[in-house]
Ligand binder design. Structure first.
Ligand code: FBP
Length: 548
């Protein structure tokens, strides 16, 4: 296979790790823990894995000889830069425990465990993938491990391969399921340990103990590079407004981080929209207001960042989508009979007044996406809605109205972009390469210490790597009860953008200036070799959150 020059040079990169992980380690146990909320209920649901202590690994003078272990690993959900390094760290960790230890990768996500699809990951395979982006070493998938029948099927293959520990690399849902699996395997005395690792570019799996999910750093740096390039183009040509949608299914961490890195004219934060109960109209007026203000200074150009999950945070849109879902679920056949040209009017005639008005105000394309493009459960596919087009079009219409009223006298031409997949498989930044390797290595230490129901944790990551703190956090500690598909379930709390947190406050304090003036910052591409202030910076989000 032909490799790029960077790939070849990068293969030799040695990830930096916490000083404690350089030799033998000992597990130091902290006090017992509690879940973040609903303690009684979580305790009842996880009698075998609740209340366990936080673990910290420290250097150990003497190396204890340990028997060889067989370990399984699964990549779950969307790709995130650094996944291969988690696996390399895990591989090196279990080989350090005993050179005869073996690692098996289950293929294409959790489904590989259930369907018994796997491959042994040997040293030559691991070496091919060190410090590379992507999940292609074993593939990933979105099958959810939720049923005991799946756990039992998984157990068959784990027993067959003599695997005594399983590492699940995933987001909040996958780690929740990993914890349920850990509890099930423990309750049934299977002898199988389950350890989770925090992954998602969205950055919404974090809390007091887990500083960040891996992949967020690299993905945001890739998007910020391209946003910076667009800003520079837009400041050169001075004729376009660029509307850029950024991934992040629910939380707006990616949009916020990219805003902090690139200082665009507008960045919408979904969590703020929800908190202020803003309507689509409010958002359109706000953006159009910034366009008009800049036009007064002769600046008919700008950059707008939009988080992918925005639509679901606008209370009025939520209500419209919910009514549409209900209505179309019950009148699917009738709707199919309506002539395509009449469908919009038909839906308007059936909705409540408020939702009908909102639906009528939407551009044709978006209205069609809402009523026609549905997932197999009949629900609107919110992530397919082209919010960037919706807003660009609605802002254009609003400005045209203002022009007629004599309130605006600029020129408005818009271009739209969606950055998501472009960043998910990038070669991991030094931060992600180091962090992920450490997470994988730490997972092996948790396994050696006989732990189950833990998430691998590496903290103090804004300090130089040798000061990082490796350990494990009981997953039950991050849980609370939430309604999912109409039922109360124990789940890891999703971390949304905190409006009283330092990253949002920093943005809010600067956005008016960034809106009117042209204060763009051009971060440039990720650097892998060179001065540490260029190559090893964390995200702004993490730096601001950890600034004590
Ligand atoms: P995870 O939460 O599984 O890490 O995925 C995050 C994400 O990249 C979102 O930002 C995006 O909405 C989604 O995956 C896209 O999923 P898919 O790869 O299935 O299209």
């Amino acid at each position: 296979m032909t490799k790029s020059a960077l790939q070849i040079a990068r293969a030799a990169y040695q990830p930096k790790v916490s000083a404690a992980l350089h030799g033998a380690v000992k597990a130091v146990e902290g006090a017992t823990t509690q879940s973040v909320a609903d303690q009684e209920e979580i305790k009842r649901l996880f009698p075998n894995t609740y209340g366990m202590p936080i673990i910290t690994f420290e250097s150990n003078e003497e190396k204890v000889s340990s028997p060889a272990i067989n370990v399984g690993v699964i990549l779950s959900g969307g790709q995130a830069p650094g996944g291969h390094n988690v696996i390399s760290g895990l591989f090196d960790g279990i080989k350090a425990i005993n050179p005869d230890s073996r690692l098996y990768g289950f293929l294409m996500g959790p489904g590989g465990l259930v369907d018994h699809k796997y491959k042994e990951l040997t040293a030559d395979i691991i070496d091919e993938y060190r410090n590379t982006g992507g999940f292609d070493m074993i593939g990933s998938g979105r099958t959810k491990l939720e049923e005991t029948a799946q756990y039992d099927k998984g157990l068959e293959i784990l027993k067959q391969l003599n695997i005594s520990a399983l590492v699940i690399i995933g987001g909040d849902d996958s780690n929740t399921n990993a914890c349920v699996l850990a509890e099930y395997y423990k309750a049934n005395n299977t002898g199988i340990q389950v350890i989770g690792c925090p992954k998602t570019i969205d950055g919404d799996l974090k809390n007091e103990q887990i500083e960040t999910s891996f992949g967020f750093d690299t993905a945001c740096k890739v998007y910020s590079e391209v946003i910076g390039n667009i800003e520079r183009d837009c400041n050169s040509a001075r004729k376009y407004w660029h509307f850029i949608k950024l991934m992040g299914r629910s939380a707006s961490h990616i949009a916020l981080e990219c805003a902090l890195q690139t200082q665009p004219n507008v960045c919408i934060i979904s969590e703020e929209v929800e908190a202020k109960k803003q309507s689509l109209d409010d958002i359109v007026n706000y953006i159009a207001g910034v366009v008009a203000k800049r036009a007064e200074n002769g600046n008919n150009f700008g950059t707008v960042l939009i988080p992918e999950g925005l639509i679901e945070f606008i209370p009025a849109m939520k209500s419209l989508i919910s009514e549409l879902n209900d209505f179309l679920a019950h009148h699917e056949e009738e709707f199919k009979q309506v002539d395509r040209s009449e469908q919009r009017a038909y839906i308007i005639s059936k909705l409540s007044k408020e939702n009908a008005d909102l639906y009528a105000s939407l551009p044709e394309g978006v209205a069609r996406q809402l009523s026609l493009d549905r997932d197999p459960h009949g629900n609107v596919q919110v992530s397919l809605i082209e919010t960037e087009k919706l807003l660009a079009e609605m802002v254009g219409n609003r400005l045209a109205e203002w022009k007629k009223e004599g309130k605006y006298n600029g020129k408005f031409a818009s271009l739209v972009h969606f950055f998501g997949y472009e960043g998910r498989c990038a070669a991991p930044s030094n931060y992600d390469a180091d962090y992920c390797y450490s997470l994988g290595y730490t997972a092996s230490c948790l396994i050696a210490a006989g732990k189950t129901g833990y998430m691998s944790s590496v903290r103090n990551t804004t300090a130089p790597a040798d000061q990082w703190i490796a350990g494990g956090i009981p997953v039950t500690m991050m849980m609370n009860m939430e309604k999912r598909h109409g039922e109360m379930k124990p789940v890891i709390q999703k971390a949304l953008v905190k409006l009283d947190g330092a990253p949002f406050k920093k943005f809010a304090a600067n956005r008016e200036n960034w809106a009117v003036n042209t204060e763009y910052v051009y971060p440039g591409p990720i650097q892998y070799f060179g001065p540490t202030e260029v190559c090893d910076q964390t995200t702004r989000t993490l730096a601001l959150e950890q600034a004590k």
